[in-house]
Design a protein around this ligand. Structure first.
Ligand code: NAP
Ligand code: SF4
Length: 677
């Protein structure tokens, strides 16, 4: 059953309990706990327990008011909370799962004026200056965390994870960057690590021996004055002695300016960091970050990087990840493409997390697959993300589905996205759609442009015909040196060394990235190059793992100017947690970003622009080629014909609304429609 992944499916004996495989679902803050809809929270975890993961960790739960990530963050403060959390553990245990509760004290990262820290130093990602803890305050935090661990046990959890990484309170005590104390909790490393070690010791005393304590240890801080590898080893040994059962890996503080989980980060990019600690302690080590397929997980384990892997977002994408891997159906696992669009971007906007690929994530009690009462004959026109999702969902509910596309391949605009360096994960997404379409009773008719008359025999028609590029109406745009983004990303057009890109939305950024990188050499599939470009070093050689970024390999292959009419910062509307990465990546390649422009005309010499309402400061952007990335409009010709003919038509995806279209909205709309037919 599990012969393809022998290391992944080897049980892990913890002495008092055994984990049935080596896969843990890592902690994710989904904002679900904050809904206080405990049935919904319980179903989220129970569905994943049924999917075969051996151990799950909840989102961060505060041990006290001052430690909450924000003012109303979920906590485990009293017997009422114990009762609420019992609903989760009961359902998980009924599904033969195990679950640990993460205790998260945010310290100076708490978005609250009540926040506390070892020293009163504001973080760059928070507006609040934390109050310095006095001796009694330090003792209170330790006591609160220990008591929370005891309450977690009372609530039926199998363990706790003590959050000691990502720059939260325990991490803040460890490094001089945030700890300027001169008492027994600061100064020497021995003093600075006293707080996390004491926390683990007291938590162990509070919960007894037969209860899992995971300590999440920051193995590479990626901030100035972060820990050295030597200090990490000293801490890990002390944490083991203090009573931890497992050590999990933390990579980078939240304020670090190096991406650690975004899609452009190579897969398993930080497993080597955990490997450095292997053999230094005798308790099992868990590694994490950008592990998203059974193959990668197996490889990480087989090459001795860790005893166990933690994956978090992949369990939003597919609750049955482990069960499908066990059945040898890896191609059926919905892939996490690490986009952050529906998970972290939602969390940081105060919304409930979900998943771009799987809109049911965190909506399990609302979006349910039920057999259709009256199965219908359904035509889906357009095999982009919206059409594919609608077709799959309708077929899963028992409808008879025919999927049409004028192209001879499925995927629509995803096929363009996958050409962009740093977006290689989109290959996996298209492959997964193909595997699902093949596995379901869906008739596919590709390479055919259907007309309204071809669809007469269907009960319902779903129009997912997508978008066409917007006409920016710029003088000279029909010159031979002007191309659409489709020509560029589909590889139909090679361009010269100087390029102007009109439009700095998601596609303008993608096209710029494509133009400045040699296609064979995406850093996202070349770990040494990626580490070098972002300045990640071995923490045994450079404190915190921070080296100087860049180097000769970072030279751009083209001279690109990226323009927009708006005066705002380029990329402001890209993902909340990833916009800065796209901007930083283009800055590293010297892309010239110019805003607040008017497009005057295009000539053989390049693009003429001016600035402001009075069209002052006329400037020529000398360019061999000009690429139009000026947004899209809905493609509705077929929809309009069908509506005129009186057909029942459902219009989804870009054909419905082109503005701000992305795969998240397209897939969500497709799934919801498929369930409602
Ligand atoms: P978009 O995000 O709407 O951007 C269109 C760009 O064209 C804007 O920069 C806009 O800026 C400019 N523009 C609009 N009308 C124009 C006109 N008449 N003349 C000249 N310029 C004009 O569209 P997109 O870049 O095509 O992306 C489509 C969707 O895919 C978006 O929702 C995007 O978020 C998504 N996507 C996301 C990513 C990602 O990484 N998250 C990547 C690719 C695509 P000004 O009006 O200021 O000139
Ligand atoms: Fe992964 Fe994107 Fe889904 Fe988040 S939204 S779980 S990053 S695929």
């Amino acid at each position: 059953m599990s012969s393809r992944y022998p290391h992944m499916f080897k049980p892990l004996d913890l002495g008092f309990t055994t984990l049935k495989n080596r896969v843990m679902m890592g902690s994710m803050h989904t904002n679900l706990e904050e809904t206080k809809n405990w049935d919904r929270v319980a179903e989220f975890y129970a569905e994943r327990a049924r999917g075969g993961v051996s151990l799950m960790v909840t989102g961060g739960i505060a041990p006290n008011q001052e430690g909450g990530v924000f003012a109303q963050a979920a906590g485990l403060y009293d017997q009422g909370d114990v009762k609420n959390h019992s609903a989760i553990t009961k359902r998980v245990h009924e599904a033969d799962g195990k679950i640990a509760m993460q205790i998260l004290h945010a310290g100076r990262y708490a978005y609250s004026p009540q926040c506390v820290a070892p020293s009163p130093i504001k973080s760059p990602i928070s507006p609040f200056v934390p109050a310095e803890l006095d001796a009694a305050g330090v003792e209170k935090q330790i006591q609160d965390i220990a008591e929370t661990a005891a309450r977690a046990r009372e609530a039926g959890y199998d363990g706790v994870e003590i959050m000691g990484s990502e720059g939260y309170l325990l991490n803040q005590f460890l490094v001089t960057h945030t700890n300027h104390r001169t008492d027994e909790w600061g100064g020497s490393y021995e003093n600075r690590m006293r707080f996390p070690v004491e926390v683990v010791k007291r938590a162990r005393q509070a919960v007894g021996e037969d209860f899992i304590i995971i300590y999440r240890l920051s193995m590479i801080d990626l901030i100035p004055n972060g820990s050295t590898h030597e200090e990490v080893v000293v801490l890990a040994r002390a944490i083991e002695r203090a009573g931890a059962t497992l050590i999990n890996t933390g990579i980078g503080w939240h304020e670090a300016r190096i991406p650690t989980i975004a899609t452009s980060v190579p897969r398993a990019a930080f497993a080597w960091v955990t490997k450095k600690l292997m053999g230094q302690v005798s308790i099992p080590l868990i590694t994490s970050n950008r592990i998203n397929t059974p193959e990668v997980a197996e490889d990480v384990l087989a090459t001795g990087c860790a005893d166990m892997v933690s994956m978090a977002r992949p369990f939003l994408a597919d609750a049955d990840f482990v069960a499908k891997a066990a059945k040898g159906q890896a191609e059926q696992i919905a892939p996490c493409i690490a986009c952050n669009q529906a998970c972290l971007d939602h969390t940081f906007s105060g919304k409930i997390s979900s998943c771009l690929v799987n809109p049911r994530a965190c909506y399990e009690t609302e979006l349910k697959f039920r057999p259709a009462k009256e199965p219908k004959a359904i035509a889906v026109v357009g095999a982009g993300p919206a059409g594919l999702s609608a077709a799959m969902t309708a077929a899963e509910c028992g409808h008879s589905v025919t999927l049409f596309d004028q192209s001879d391949q499925i995927g629509g605009q995803l096929n363009l996205a996958k050409q962009v360096p740093g977006k290689e994960e989109f290959h996996g997404l298209v492959d997964w759609f193909q595997a699902r379409i093949d596995a379901l009773p869906i008739k596919t008719v590709l390479g055919t442009r259907v007309t309204a008359g071809d669809l007469d025999s269907f009960d319902d028609v779903i129009v997912a015909t997508g978008v066409v590029p917007r006409d920016p109406k710029i003088e000279g745009q029909n010159n031979s040196n002007v191309h659409s983004y489709i020509d560029i990303l589909s590889g139909n057009r090679r361009v010269g060394e100087r390029v102007a890109v009109i439009g700095a939305g998601g596609i303008g950024f993608d096209v710029s990235e494509f133009l400045v990188t040699e296609q064979e050499d995406s850093p996202s599939t070349n770990l040494p190059q990626w580490l070098k470009e972002w300045g990640v070093a071995d923490p045994a050689e450079a404190r915190g793992g921070l080296a100087v970024a860049g180097g000769e390999d970072a030279a751009p292959v083209r001279n690109v100017t990226l323009l927009q009419r708006k005066k705002e910062k380029h990329g402001k509307r890209l993902g909340k947690t990833t916009g800065w990465i796209h901007r930083a990546a283009l800055n590293k390649k010297n892309v010239n970003m110019i805003g607040g422009v008017n497009y005057e005309r295009i000539t053989d010499e390049g693009l003429e622009i001016s600035f402001g309402e009075t069209r002052e400061n006329p400037t020529l952007i000398a360019a061999d080629d000009i690429i139009l990335c000026s947004g899209q409009e809905s493609e509705r010709q077929l929809a309009n014909k069908l509506l005129e003919a009186g057909k029942t038509v459902h219009i989804i995806g870009g054909a419905d609304v082109a503005a701000e279209l992305d795969a998240k909205r397209a897939i969500d709309q497709g799934v919801r429609l498929g369930l409602s037919l």
